[in-house]
Design a protein around this ligand. Structure first.
Ligand code: TYD
Length: 239
């Protein structure tokens, strides 16, 4: 596999072509952004941590019946992935109320609910990733109802698979954002972005301490230390 030209540059990631038409290289940068790019910083080592954490979680999903874009890790900050056509939607799963959902529902952060909540957002920076519903997504031609059903079902399955993995590591999976794409070879709807402390809320079950991007969002310090802790704990329970 040969690394080719840069085909996409995001805030936190780069995507490179390879000599295989249906495979790309994902490179996780040391940059982190929040609040729709208003807040930005560089943390040496964060790209490698996100890469390894995401590799563990996506590999686990691949092996447990959920198709993802992840093929294998190919470097400290890089992984080989299946090429996809982007679906500009975010499926967000909540197990406990945190972040903006607390304001939206008028309940305190940490509020417990018995059911699983699934939200849909339109992945559009100019509009600030607004919450939308299935009808809006179909109206905009982003996905069909059948595809949306599949994305919702897969998101719930991912949550059911990953919650116990994090629990074994002493971490509560509070919420999680999942993105999907259409695989360029088969057209299947597959998970097409990282799953990491950048895209999940992860609370230490023993202390309640935040171990995710909220450490950066809320200026809680020890970002790299917390991500390292997540990686080490996940390694122990998945090896
Ligand atoms: P959500 O409740 O939609 O928004 P907020 O971060 O404002 O509370 O987010 C829940 C989870 O999804 C949280 O872990 C952060 C993650 N997320 C992203 O990774 N990227 C995004 O663009 C958004 C909106 C959320």
């Amino acid at each position: 596999m040969k690394k080719g030209a840069l085909i996409f540059e995001g805030n936190e990631k780069q995507v490179f072509a390879t000599d295989h038409p249906d495979e790309v290289i994902f490179r996780y940068k040391d940059v982190t952004v929040a609040y729709n790019n208003v807040k930005r910083a560089r943390f040496i080592g964060k790209g490698a941590l996100d890469n390894q954490i995401s590799a563990i979680l996506l590999d686990y999903l691949n092996k447990n019946g959920v198709e993802t874009h992840f093929i294998r890790q190919v470097g400290d900050q890089e992984q080989l992935c299946r090429k996809i056509e982007i679906i500009p939607l975010q499926v967000v799963v909540h197990n406990r109320i945190a972040g903006s959902l607390a304001y939206r529902l008028g309940v305190p952060e940490g509020f417990r609910h018995a059911n699983t909540i699934v939200d849909l957002r339109y992945n559009n920076d100019e509009l600030d990733d607004p919450l939308i519903n299935r009808d809006h997504a179909v109206a905009l031609g982003l996905a069909s109802y059948r595809e949306l059903d599949e994305m919702y079902n897969t998101a719930r399955k991912v949550n059911d698979l990953l919650k116990p993995v994090f629990h074994k590591a002493g971490i509560e999976l509070v919420d999680m954002k999942i993105e999907f794409g259409r695989a360029s070879d088969t057209g299947a709807i597959i998970i097409s972005d990282e799953i990491s402390p950048d895209t999940c809320r992860l609370w230490d079950e023993a202390t309640g301490e935040r171990m995710d991007k909220d450490r950066f969002r809320l200026d809680l310090s020890r970002v790299v230390e917390s991500y390292t802790n997540v990686l080490n704990r996940l390694k122990k329970v998945t090896e």
